[in-house]
Design a protein around this ligand. Sequence first.
Ligand code: 26W
Length: 804
Amino acid sequence: MKPMDVETFKEVYKKRFEDVYAIQYHMGSTLEQFQVLGQVLRGYYTDYWIENNQEKIDNQDKQVYYFSMEFLPGRQLKTYLLNLDVYDTVKTGLTDLGLDFDKIVEAEVDPALGNGGLGRLASCFMDSMASTHVYGNGCGIRYQYGLFKQKFIDGYQIELPENWLRNPNPWEVRKESKSVIVRFGGNVWLEEQKDGKLKPKYEHTFDVLAVPYDTPQIGYRNGVVNNLRLFSAEIPYDEESKYITSEQRQEVNSITEVLYPDDSNYEGRLLRLKQEYFLSSAGIQTIVRYFKNLKLPWTRFPEKVAIHINDTHPTLCIPELMRILLDEEDLTWEQAWNISKKTFSYTNHTILQEAMERWPVYMIESLIPRIAQIIYEINARHIRNKTELYGSELAYKTAPIQDDQVLMANLAIISSHSVNGVAKLHTEILERYTLSDFKTIYPFRFNNKTNGVTHRRWVQLANEPLSQLLDKTIGEEWRFQPKEMRLLRSYIDDESVLDQLQQVKLTNKKRFAKFVSEQMNIEIDPHAMFDVQIKRLHAYKRQLLQVMHIIDRYLQLRDNPEAKLAKRVFVFGAKAAPSYYYAKQIIKLINALADLVNNDPRINDMIKIVFVENYSVSLAELIIPAADLSEQISLAGKEASGTSNMKLMANGALTIATLDGANVEISNLVGPDDIFLFGMKADEVQVLRDSHAYNARDIYERDPQIQRILNSLIDGTIPGIKSEGIDIFNSLVTDNDEYFLLKDYHSFYQAQMKVDINYANKKSWTQKSLINIAQSGKFSADYTILRYASDIWNVAPETEVLQQ
Ligand code: 26W
């Protein structure tokens, strides 16, 4: 990499600052100081970016395109500094100049262009692709407004718009010259050409310009720069005159105006379908243009291009590629279909029925009529073909069109060469139950790719004290080969390392406690256990189970302040979808409980509840290193994988978990002594549900412990809640407790008591924490990406950077 020394950096920085703002650098605001740093850095890395883009064209290496409606990159500055190997130089330089490095870092916005796990995974993958030499391109939408900003008013969630582009974004480059037109609506019919071929003709279409904005994705100290391309919808310049009414202009702008704030719940809104086609069409057109520049025959397309669709949201990529190959490139159906199938692969991220996208045929027909025709043809051919091979029942059950709806998962599966789940258990459930009919027809199409996280962001940057301890103890190679963190295991009896590990945790807890004191006005004891549940608010994730546990402890402590319970700080971070009424009631409940518990002198500060507002990537970076206990308590069989479980583990938190998603793999890695398991297993849940024998009211009536907890929801114990208490009570007792909280409660409670006992023994707790850190390297997204690269995308990274 190019050398950059501290003195040169300081000179360049000062000069640039004065050039841009016409004042001296120390007179600027931190935002201005950040902006200039962004510009300086951009000047430093663009050479690599240009070089990489040229190489891509010269070498004609196969390119991966990762399509996702969501990317949650977090702040970029520190990642760039780390990966460019100029972190210390820049930090020292700025400090020498009398500037506050941490404040400058915080001046960057955290782009919330995703809802949760799926979006964050996409960003971890972008980092890992660049760092493992996989030529990967992200394709997404440049939403003008990201996920809403969450505020609590009187304990209720209020949503405010998130205008993340208020200030210039120093990393993005507008590539107007690479814009493409995306066509909506109108009429389409097939017209016979002179050569007898049928070609579609269009009239009265509504054309939208897709303008790309590129952001570099810089690999870890390897000179690789990949690209994240986000498209923005604009009025086509040469057709300004056609878009004269404000409704028409608004219709164009609305396409990329705002991210849908739904997670695991699908709503069939027309605007969302527009967004999906907009991304799919813009991205595919860009890829086709790139490929045509290579001047190769179409049959070689899958040799040069792999297209991955992140959940079903970008599935329209498939008929869009078919459309271009058929209508614009004159391929036959068979040729186009073969190419498509070899090109596309699809990841499923959820088995919740309510999250499965299904679009009414009439909507697709009126919005994208030519695409509708292609989907009909895919459907007809599927039924014809599979009826012959497997009989009509299986053919119809797996068809993409059913009951006048297009089932996006079915379309994605039959049109791809690979379908993967995101954890072993999840893939097993897909194969055995949810997608078993497809498994019969395509036995070799399914595979598992357990999720991963990038240790660069989640350990190296978020937890510098731990990183330094690792360097000192096991050497620095873990930074390139996260699996080497395993070397830490041999220090399990090393008192000095254990001591230092405790110090690291305490430092991080103090940092979080300072934030909580300053921002929330709550004083928390850094020596208390920090018990963390951070994820979207959803009934299946069972934040309410943890609430039950907190109420239980609270009541016990109120009866007996001397009760033998560990002092705990319960940390929550969670946004609820704005239309998800029940989830919002749980938010109110947690806030009301916090008000009660945090201010009740009778319990001697033995419990504090900290519900951080507006949970985000940046807050996760602050909370995760400070966590002692990681709550992964979803109903078994519901959480596809989870990724906060991996981040918390890597930072030395112990996990309390059901055997769900990747918790199963965490458990296998650390062994039964170093995780707290509880609750029903996925197959037991299935049996119980199928038996229809579950009776939650019965449990409530017979079980005094549970009865006392639930009664506190309705008897005025928690003064802050109103109808929420009754509704939540009813969801459990009257509506028979869909997620089996009451069934799992005792097992959960016992596991929590075991946690308390274990926490009392500092040494053995720290040993368990050490094992968790040591084993976490396996969950590096670098390995996950290398498995996608070899098994699915068929791209061999240029250098053998990592041993798998
Ligand atoms: C169309 C509405 C909608 C929006 C988002 C449906 C579904 C989603 C996502 C699939 C929800 C999501 O983020 N799923 C999470 O994906 C993570 C990454 O694989 C997993 O770790 C989580 O278990 C899964 O819930």
